[in-house]
Ligand binder design. Structure first.
Ligand SMILES: Nc1ncnc2c1ncn2[C@@H]1O[C@H](COP(=O)(O)OP(=O)(O)OP(=O)(O)O)[C@@H](O)[C@H]1O
Ligand SMILES: [Mg+2]
Length: 268
């Protein structure tokens, strides 16, 4: 479904990703964990075509993402090509980015109508199904400013999934939420994951959640994938000293936070 091949990314002299190889299978749920600054968001942003790799290739569903064939050779892709391949990918960020002047219904029908070209009735039908799935069928006519953070994030998820992407990216989708709202959003993501056919890349500090829904966990540090494996391998039997240190630091923060001052694990 997705193939990163020898992907590097630098900003000026600073290399933030170093020759990453990563495959995500159709329907596979991959969680990405790792210290702050290790390159997790950059990895997702390149797939979402928000950042261009400095070197390497990314393939999505059998097609090059950042390159297209012209006259027998691969050249940097134009906007039209990027746009087409990008339509196979959906993303939800930390901050919801809903359109404030549009109702919830219109927030969700906008892209199906203007990007996929669906007529209003079909788009609203699809949007209604999605908004029901995320528990917001009673908020169709509301504006974003009147929703809680958790509700807004559920709209953001509906808005991405209504496009029927082949892969969904979640980058810290719950870390801007008040702790009591995290659960409802994780539950929606978990439901989507259980439906099966959509691949997912989940960047998260919620270790229990990663363990719960991921088929595979990727641990990044210093711009490289340092270790990967099943949740059992990663959490029960980490091999590299860096992953061991990360997990023990994480457990300590989590334990102290919960024991002393109710800091959520995402405060790591
Ligand atoms: N636009 C940019 N210009 C310069 N440096 C950047 C830019 N975006 C990211 N970086 C740097 O790239 C590195 C990786 O950033 P990235 O956001 O991918 O990390 P992350 O693993 O997502 O971290 P976090 O867990 O804090 O979200 C960091 O050192 C960051 O400062
Ligand atoms: Mg990040």
């Amino acid at each position: 479904m997705v193939k990163y091949r020898s992907i590097s990314k630098s900003y000026g002299d600073v290399q933030v990703l170093n020759k990453i190889d990563l495959d995500i299978m159709p329907g596979e749920k991959v969680a990405v964990i790792g210290p702050s600054g290790s390159g997790k968001t950059t990895l997702a942003r390149m797939l979402m075509t928000l950042e261009q790799p400095t070197a390497g290739t990314i393939e999505v569903d059998g097609e090059m993402l950042w390159h297209e064939e012209k006259g027998g050779r691969f050249v940097t892709a134009g906007e039209k090509h990027l746009h087409r391949v990008r339509s196979k990918i959906g993303m939800v960020f930390q901050h919801f980015n809903l359109f404030p002047h549009m109702t919830i219904m219109r927030n969700v029908t906008e892209a199906p109508m203007y990007v996929l070209g669906l007529d209003r009735e079909t788009a609203e039908q699809r949007a209604y199904e999605m908004l029901s799935k995320v528990g917001l069928a009673d908020k169709l006519a509301e504006y974003p400013s009147r929703l809680s953070g958790g509700q807004k994030q559920r709209v953001a998820i509906a808005r991405a999934v209504v496009m029927r992407p082949k892969i969904m990216l979640f980058d810290e989708a719950t870390s801007a939420l008040d702790p009591e709202l995290v659960g409802e959003v994780l539950a929606v993501i978990k439901d989507l994951a259980a439906q099966g056919d959509m691949a997912m890349m989940l960047i998260t500090h919620e270790m229990d959640f990663a363990r719960d829904i991921a088929d595979r966990i990727i641990f990044t540090d210093g711009g490289s994938i340092v270790e990967q494996g099943t949740p059992e391998q990663i959490f029960e039997n980490p091999q590299s000293p860096r992953l061991q240190a990360f997990l023990s630091r994480f457990r300590q923060t989590w334990f102290m936070g919960n024991g002393l001052q109710q800091v959520s694990p995402s405060a790591e």
